[in-house]
Design a protein around this ligand. Structure first.
Ligand code: FAD
Length: 541
C-alpha cells in the first residue's frame, strides 16, 4: 500500500501505464494455470508486458481517429474501401502476430484456447475495437470445418500469424481476416426475416443480392453471409476480392456513427451478384453459422471481462494514490466497500471466461453450449454498471476522456447487444435446455462440484433446478432464470477456486440476498482490503 505521506505532494495518482496487463491480474493468472495453460504463462506474461506499453497509446489514437469510408477513387470508380489510422493497423498486427485470431486452430495443444482467451482479455484492455475482426476470424474456422474443401482452402490463410491489410485476392495474401453479414434492416435477432437472395450459378456457386444493415470490419478478406437459396436460408462464404483480382459485388453504403467501438468500422452494405460458395446444406444456414456464433459469444464474455478488468485496475489504482478528507480513498471504509464490490464481479467474470475457454480446449460442447449463453448474458449485462461505478470512483477525472473510462463506458453495452441481445440469449437458454437437456445437466453438474461448501450457493442451485423445470410462464421468466444460472455458475467457480474472502462476499451478496442494487453495499465482515489489494495493479512490476 502506498503511504499517505507520498501523496500529499499533488494528490494526483501517477498514470497507470508501463505495467504488465497480464501478470498484474492475479485472478487471470490463476485461472490460466488451472485451465491447463500453465506452460504458456511466460508467453502470456511477455504479451502482458507488451500490451501495458505503447499499445495503450495506440488504443487512444485508434479511437480519436476513427475509420473513414472511401467509396470511390479519384476517377469516380467504386473502390468500397475503409481507411484506418495507423494505430488500428498496429494493434491488429499485434493481435494477429500473437495468434489471437486463430492460434489454437493451428496449434491445438492442451490449454491453447485458455491461453488465447487470456491474451484476448489482455489486448482488449488496450482497445476493444480490434477484438471484432480478431474474434470473427477465430470463430469462422470451426464453422468452415463443416465443409472440408472450403476449410482446406481458407484455413491456412485465416490461421497464419500475419496481418496484411489491403484488398487483394486471398491467394496473394499471407494472412487473412474474416467477418460476418447476417443482420438486415427488417430483422437482426430474427434472421429468418432476411431478404438477401442467393441465385445458383452454373459452376455450383451462387450470386448474392441484397442489403446487410450491419457488417463490421468490412475490410476483412472473407465473410460468412446468410441468404435465401432455393432450399431456404443458407450460409455462404463470400470473398471480398475474386481470384482474377476483380472486386466482388460488395458495396459499402455508409459507416455507422456508433456510440462506442469507434476504432472499428461497422458498415451498411449492398450485395450485387456477389460471388459466394455455399457452406453446409441449403436451408441449414442458422445451424451452420451457429458454430461461428458460439465462439463469438465466448469472445463477448472475454471482451466484457477485459472492460471490467481495465475499469477495476484504474479505480483501485486511483484509490491507492488519491486522498480526501485526510486519508487515502483506499483507506476509507465506504470506498473500500465500493471497490471490493467491483472486484467481485471482475473476478467472477474472469473465472467464468477462462472456464468457458477450457471447455473449448476439452471439446466439451455439451457444457459450453449453455454455459456460454448464460455467461454472455450476465457478464456483458453487468459491465456498463461496473464501468459507470469505476468511473465515479475516479471522481471528475473519470468523466474526462484522458482517463479512458469514458471510452470503456461507451464500449460497455455492445457485447450484450450483438451476437444475441439479452432477451435472445435468455430465450436461447430455454431452447437449449428443452432441446438438449444434457446441456442443462452438464451445467448443473458443474455447479454441483461446489456442493456443500456454501449453503447460499446450495440453496440457489436448488432453486435453479426447480426454476428450469417449471414451465409456467417460462418465457416471461427467462431473464430471472438465466441470471440465477449464471450466478450459480460463478458462485461455484469462486467457491472452488477464489480466496475465501472473495467467494464468501460473492455468495452473500449475489446469491444470499445480502447485497443492494448499487455497488458498495457489501455486508459487515468482508475483508475489503484483501480483495482490493488482490486486484490492484502494482506499477513497479
Ligand atoms: C456496433 C455493431 C456492430 C454490428 N456488427 C454486425 C456484423 O458485423 N454482422 C452482423 O450480422 N450484425 C452485426 N450487428 C448487428 C447485431 O448483431 C444486431 O443489431 C443484433 O443481433 C440485434 O438485432 P436488431 O438490431 O435487428 O434488433 P431486434 O432483433 O429488433 O431486437 C430488438 C430488441 O428486441 C429483443 N427481442 C428480439 N426478439 C425477442 C423475443 N423473441 N422476445 C423478447 N425480446 C426479443 C432483443 O433482445 C432486443 O433487445 C452489429 C450491431 C452493432 C450495434
Amino acid at each position: 500500500m502506498v503511504t499517505s505521506a507520498y501523496l500529499r505532494a499533488a494528490n494526483q495518482p501517477p498514470p497507470l501505464d508501463g505495467y504488465n496487463l497480464f501478470s498484474q491480474d492475479r485472478p487471470l493468472v490463476e485461472a490460466l494455470r488451472r485451465g491447463g495453460a500453465a506452460a504458456r504463462e511466460d508467453e502470456c506474461a511477455a504479451f502482458g508486458r507488451l500490451c501495458g506499453g505503447e499499445p495503450l497509446e495506440l488504443g487512444r489514437l485508434a479511437n480519436e481517429h476513427p475509420p473513414t469510408l472511401k467509396a470511390f477513387d479519384r476517377f469516380g470508380e467504386r473502390i468500397d474501401e475503409v481507411e484506418f489510422h495507423p494505430a488500428w493497423h498496429d494493434l491488429l498486427r499485434i493481435g494477429a502476430e500473437h495468434g489471437l485470431h486463430a492460434f489454437p486452430w493451428a496449434d491445438p495443444e492442451p490449454g491453447a484456447h485458455v491461453a488465447r482467451a487470456a491474451r484476448f482479455i489482455t489486448l482488449s484492455q488496450t482497445e476493444a475495437g480490434v477484438g471484432c475482426p480478431l474474434s470473427m476470424t477465430y470463430s469462422v474456422v470451426p464453422a468452415l470445418r463443416a465443409d472440408p474443401s472450403l476449410a482446406s482452402e481458407w484455413e491456412p490463410g485465416l490461421a497464419a500469424r500475419v496481418y496484411e491489410p489491403g484488398l487483394r485476392p486471398p491467394a496473394e495474401k499471407a494472412g487473412l481476416l474474416a467477418g460476418m453479414a447476417l443482420t438486415e434492416r427488417q430483422g437482426g435477432s430474427d434472421v429468418r426475416a432476411n431478404e438477401t437472395r442467393a441465385e445458383p450459378l452454373a459452376d455450383g456457386a451462387y450470386a448474392l443480392t441484397g442489403e446487410k444493415w450491419f457488417c463490421s470490419a468490412p475490410m476483412c478478406d472473407v465473410f460468412l453471409v446468410l441468404a435465401y437459396a432455393p432450399g431456404g436460408l443458407t450460409c455462404f462464404v463470400m470473398p471480398r476480392v475474386l481470384p482474377d483480382r476483380a472486386r466482388n459485388g460488395f458495396h459499402i453504403r455508409r459507416l455507422k456513427d456508433k456510440l462506442g467501438n469507434r476504432s472499428n468500422a461497422s458498415a451498411e452494405i449492398e450485395l450485387r451478384d456477389a460471388w459466394a460458395a455455399r457452406l453446409g446444406p441449403e436451408g441449414r444456414g442458422v445451424a451452420t453459422i451457429i458454430d461461428m456464433v458460439v465462439h463469438t459469444r465466448l469472445d463477448c464474455v472475454l471482451g466484457s471481462t477485459a472492460l471490467m478488468r481495465r475499469a477495476v485496475a484504474e479505480a483501485t489504482h486511483h484509490a491507492a494514490h488519491r486522498a480526501a478528507f485526510g486519508r487515502l480513498l483506499a483507506e476509507q471504509p465506504l470506498h473500500q466497500n465500493v471497490l471490493a464490490d467491483l472486484c467481485l464481479d471482475s473476478e467472477a467474470a474472469t473465472a467464468t471466461a477462462l472456464r468457458l475457454a477450457r471447455a473449448v480446449d476439452d471439446g466439451d460442447d455439451v457444457f459450453r453450449r449453455l454455459a456460454t449463453t448464460i455467461a454472455k448474458y450476465l457478464v456483458c449485462k453487468a459491465t456498463p454498471a461496473l464501468v459507470a461505478e469505476a468511473l465515479e470512483c475516479i471522481g471528475g477525472n473519470g468523466y474526462v476522456e484522458e482517463s479512458v473510462l469514458p471510452r470503456l463506458y461507451r464500449e460497455s453495452p455492445l457485447n450484450s447487444l450483438w451476437e444475441g441481445a439479452g432477451n435472445v440469449n435468455a430465450l436461447d437458454l430455454l431452447r437449449a435446455a428443452a432441446r438438449e437437456p444434457e446441456s442443462a445437466q452438464a451445467l448443473l453438474a458443474e455447479i454441483a462440484l461446489a456442493e456443500g461448501a456454501d449453503t447460499r450457493l446450495d440453496t440457489a442451485a436448488d432453486r435453479l433446478r426447480t426454476e428450469l423445470v417449471d414451465e409456467d410462464e417460462l418465457e416471461y421468466r427467462a431473464r430471472g432464470v438465466v441470471e440465477l444460472a449464471a450466478l450459480c455458475l460463478q458462485g461455484s467457480l469462486l467457491v472452488r477456486h477464489a480466496p475465501p474472502a472473495v467467494a464468501d462476499a460473492f455468495c452473500a451478496t449475489r446469491l444470499g440476498g445480502d447485497g443492494g442494487r448499487a455497488y458498495g453495499t457489501l455486508p459487515r465482515g468482508v475483508d475489503c482490503t484483501a480483495i482490493v489489494e488482490r486486484h490492484r495493479p502494482q506499477l513497479d512490476a
